[in-house]
Every structure is written in C-alpha cells, then in structure tokens.
Write a protein that binds this ligand. Structure first.
Ligand code: ZN
Ligand code: ZN
Length: 322
C-alpha cells in the first residue's frame, strides 16, 4: 500500500528508547521481546492499495483503508479465538515488522484493511491505536456504563477519545481525574460530569460525590503509581480497575484489600480485530468526532518524536502526504 497518513504515537518513543520502566529500578527491554531495531515504526497507517498478491481477490484501488496493525501469527489458538493482539508470536506492524513511517507498507492479508469512508485520513489513522485502545478498554466494563459513572484517569488523547466513545455508546457521563487544569477543562467540554484534581486532599470524596457512589469501573490511561493508588482507593466493592497507560512504576496496593473489596484489576492492550471492525463502523457512521491533529512531512519524523518526548505536541501528530 502507499501510505497516506501515519500517526505518531507515544509508544513509538518507548520503541525508540528500547523499553519501559517497570518500577523497582527494573526495565522491560524490547530487544528481549522480539522487537529488534532498526525498524520502520508506525502502527497507525492509512493508505491505498498499489499492488496485491494473486490470492487477495478484488480490492478497490481507489479507496483509502486504515490498517489493523496488531497482527498475530494467524495459526495459534489465541489468534483462532479472535484475539490476535494477544498472540505470543506477534507480528505487529511498526513494532515487529516494518510499519507506516514510510512511503509504502506491506500488509499480510486484506482482512486487516478497513475502509475509512468519508473520514479524513489524518483522523482515521489514530483510530488504529488510540481509538481502538480506548474502545477495547471500555468493552471490558461495558456492563456498567449505562447506569454507573465511569471513572476515567487521564484527560489526554486517550481519555478524550474515551469520553467521545462513551457518548457514542449512550453511557452515563464519566468522572475524570487529571492534574492539569487545562486537561480537566477539556474533559468537561468532552462531556464529563466532573473533573477532579487528584492532588486535592479530598479527591476520593470528590469522585464519589460526582459519581453519586463509589465507581464500579475505572480506566487508568496514565498507569503511574500515584494514579493507580487513587483509582484503587476510589473504586467501589466488586469494582473493576482497567489499566491502559504505560507511564511506568510499581503497583501501590495493599494485597488484602484486593480480596476484601473483591476487586478486579486487569490490563487492556490495544484491541482485537473484531473490536476494530466495531469501532470503524461507529466511526464511519460519524459517531466519533475527530481529535485535533497536526500534519508533518515524513522527513520531519525525528523532530516530531523529539517534540512529543518534550510534551510539545498538541493533539495527534500525523506524518501525512508521504
Ligand atoms: Zn500507538
Ligand atoms: Zn497467534
């Protein structure tokens, strides 16, 4: 495929650095997890088909497609169950095999292509990562969303995408937590019923008051020790805490409380091919408002990554028109 738009994601910074901070002075090294550099990064790709193998069948060359990048081996039981993103032999585009920071990208099967319809390419590209990540996290607490306010930690790009998806799903207005007053304001503008400063001494009480109860579900888009501590404290009995963010650090919880309060703590990492198909259906129906994006040229990729590392990118950076 020729690449029309390639989203620049925070994960790309971790790939560039070679790993994650695991807390207690430990680091997860990607080189030991099958991610070998050098590599063409880019897992949020929109493009057009320029050539296809003989078994592909008919593919419309004039249409633009967003690529599902979380590709597995395709033969194991996990892949067969529809959870390719959890395959033990991942072939993720832009992580294990070359991705979209390029003029062209190779995709192993047409089933990974989803038409973008009327969605601008720069808005469709981030759906493959941030959109899908937010959607799959929500699906894990789907049963609570209509009648109970979700606690959302972090009002960055993922959090705001989550707020939009909640509206698209007809969910109750969520309670947001963020240390940044500007981000709290954007959460309120995106439909949150309250946005709480986690550094307030009574932050847990504020969350409970806004939700009208101790929340039954929380999604943590930050994934730091401080956020995980606050979210855990705020959660109601029998509640589910979904960790998405990869800020880093170690778990701060007292183990007996997990049992006594019957809590579920689970992770969510990207989403399945089926969830992406559902998300793209919502998006093509116009249920998802575009997040702000800024387009750059392909040869600015290194500068864009440096700006992202320095926190200087507003909205989503896209390498476009490459
Ligand atoms: Zn990403
Ligand atoms: Zn597999």
């Amino acid at each position: 495929m020729s690449v029309t738009a390639a989203g620049v994601c925070h994960t790309d910074l971790h790939i560039r650095e070679g790993g994650y901070d695991l807390g207690h002075g430990r680091k997860l090294e990607f080189s030991k997890r099958g991610i070998a550099l050098p590599l063409v990064m880019g897992h949020e790709t929109v493009g057009e088909v320029v050539a296809a193998g003989p078994d592909v069948g008919t593919l419309d060359r004039g249409k633009k497609y967003v690529v599902y990048p979380w590709i597995g081996c395709g033969t194991c039981a996990i892949c067969a169950s529809g959870q390719e993103q959890l395959c033990m032999k991942p072939q993720f585009l832009g992580m294990h095999v070359d991705g979209g920071y390029a003029t062209q990208i190779r995709v192993p099967h047409p089933k990974y292509l989803h038409e973008i319809g009327d969605i601008p390419p720069e808005n469709a590209a981030p759906l493959a990562c941030s959109g899908l990540t937010a959607y799959a996290a929500l699906k894990k607490v789907e049963g609570t969303l209509k009648d109970h306010a979700l606690l959302v930690i972090g009002a960055g790009g993922l959090g705001l995408m989550c707020a939009q998806l909640l509206q698209a799903l007809g969910a109750k207005a969520p309670v947001f937590v963020d240390i940044d007053p500007v981000k709290r304001a954007s959460a309120l503008a995106a439909g949150a019923c309250a946005a709480v400063d986690p550094r307030a001494a009574d932050a847990v009480a504020q969350i409970h008051a806004a939700a009208g109860e101790a929340p039954l579900a929380a999604i943590d888009f930050v994934g730091a020790e401080a956020t995980a501590g606050l979210g855990f404290d705020a959660l109601g009995k029998g509640g589910t805490y979904v960790i998405v963010g990869l800020f880093g650090g170690a778990a701060p919880w007292a183990l007996p409380l997990i049992a006594v309060r019957a809590l579920t703590i689970r992770g969510s990492y990207t989403g399945s091919p089926g969830e992406f198909a559902e998300l793209m259906q919502l998006a093509r129906n116009g249920a998802i408002k575009p997040i702000p994006t800024t387009c750059y040229k392909l040869d600015e990729a290194e500068d864009v990554l440096n700006s992202l590392a320095g926190g200087k990118i507003v909205g989503r950076a896209i390498l476009a028109g490459v």
